[in-house]
Design a binder for this molecule. Structure first.
Ligand code: ADP
Ligand code: ADP
Length: 234
């Protein structure tokens, strides 16, 4: 069964209807692109799928569990649902290793994981962004933006098993080489069974890497098409 099943999902902020009945499915191993204008509801949908917010109506199943009331970060991690944000969720005053430790403790005993967190994030960075030049002892706030974004992405891949990786404008501050490395890794992850939800306004990346593309408009999915059938807007 699909990893995400959203049916008639609604969500309002006061009088603003952010989601007006979203229907969406994401298959296992699939890369789904989510596109739409500013204000279409992309971030709201992503927050609901990642469990950060409850929805008002409809049904939302993620990794086989009812997520309509929202869920905790610990529950998201246990389900292998990982999120990398454009706005970055890293703590700037902490080091790369400390951020890795805070975001994921996994099944390992606390002390063991604390000791290995730095090694794990270093390994993830090496794997995804060869030649990244980031010290895991550096304070995140002191790193230049592209490196921060690399840490954000690498950290989102730390889990015993990633079932769903949500990437919200992941390449915004990355150069073309780093972006290409990231997508190569994303494809390795889907080959290993992970599903990916990619939010990006870079249509070339969406069409080049996604299996299907969903268009969100005024809080509704108005079209879902195989990426190869979508014409790049000129
Ligand atoms: P997108 O990510 O596609 O730009 P959003 O999900 O951020 O769209 O926003 C959808 C609508 O919901 C917009 O009208 C936005 O102003 C509103 N909205 C989103 N988050 C909040 C919030 N926390 N409080 C109030 N309104 C919000
Ligand atoms: P290390 O060599 O750094 O100790 P390993 O990759 O050998 O790490 O993994 C050791 C154990 O940690 C394995 O049982 C593995 O399932 C578990 N593990 C792997 N990745 C993670 C993670 N991101 N968080 C918690 N535990 C993990």
């Amino acid at each position: 069964r699909p990893l995400i099943e959203a049916r008639g999902v609604t969500k309002s902020y006061g009088r603003t209807r952010a989601l007006a009945g979203v229907d969406l499915t994401l298959a296992r191993g699939e890369i789904l692109g989510l596109v739409g204008h500013n204000g279409a509801g992309k971030s709201t949908l992503v927050r609901a799928i990642a469990g950060l917010e409850a929805i008002d109506g409809g049904s939302l199943l993620v990794a086989g569990a009812d997520r309509s009331r929202g869920y905790t970060l610990a529950a998201a991690e246990a389900a292998g649902v990982r999120l990398a944000y454009q706005e970055l969720s890293l703590a700037p005053d902490l080091t790369v290793a400390e951020n890795a430790y805070l975001s994921y403790r996994g099944a390992l005993p606390r002390l063991t994981w604390q000791r290995t967190a730095g090694r794990r994030i270093a390994r993830a960075l090496d794997e995804i962004f060869p030649g990244h030049g980031i010290s895991v002892h550096a304070r995140v706030g002191e790193l230049p933006m592209p490196k921060r974004q690399m840490v954000e992405i690498a950290r989102a891949t730390l889990a015993d098993e990633v079932s769903l990786l949500i990437l919200d404008e992941p390449t915004e501050s990355l150069g073309p080489d780093a972006a290409a490395s990231m997508y190569a890794h994303v494809h390795r992850m889907t080959a290993a069974g992970a599903s990916v939800l990619l939010i990006s306004h870079r249509m070339g990346e969406v069409l080049g890497h996604c299996d299907r593309v969903a268009v969100l408009q005024d809080g509704r999915v108005t079209a879902v098409r195989p990426a190869r059938e979508v014409d790049e807007p000129t």
